[in-house]
Write a protein that binds this ligand. Structure first.
Ligand SMILES: [Zn+2]
Length: 146
């Protein structure tokens, strides 16, 4: 199952949806909004843990190189491995020189999950079509708002 999120309310929606069933936004046109990348970059600091993960995912989809610096900062400061991994994956998708250089520094990361994801991103594995294994992690990371 490929995960896909509405770019406006960030609920999980079917990839083919042109209109979000949750907030009613026209998904296609939303992707083109100029302020969207900035909004997502802000969201990387959101206190509710699922929000930065989804923002990182969306930034990876957009592939805008403006996101690289803020994503790098996020990996450096976060203690949340799920967020760290989502950010590494996003950097792999953006695939700018800056992103690639940073990913190489993460291959020795003490957190195995991040090191592995960095290795994968550098090798360009698993970047085309998300693997189903993600959904297991989604369940264990939970939707709780503690
Ligand atoms: Zn929505």
């Amino acid at each position: 199952m490929v995960q896909f999120f509405c770019p406006s309310c960030w609920e999980e929606v079917a990839e083919a949806s042109s209109k979000c069933p949750y907030c009613g936004v026209e998904i296609e046109s939303f992707w083109d909004r100029r302020d969207f990348v900035e909004k997502l970059i802000q969201a990387l600091r959101h206190p509710e843990s699922q929000t930065p993960v989804r923002a990182a995912w969306l930034l990876g989809q957009l592939g805008d190189p403006r996101a690289v610096g803020p994503l790098v900062d996020t990996v450096r400061r976060t203690t949340d491995v799920f967020l760290g991994r989502a950010v590494v994956e996003a950097l792999g998708r953006i695939d700018s020189d800056e992103a690639r250089v940073f990913l190489l520094t993460l291959i020795d990361h003490p957190v195995r999950m991040i090191a592995d994801e960095a290795q994968k991103a550098v090798n360009h594995e698993g970047l085309d079509g998300f693997s189903g294994s993600r959904s297991v992690d989604q369940e264990t990371s939970g939707e709780s708002y503690d």
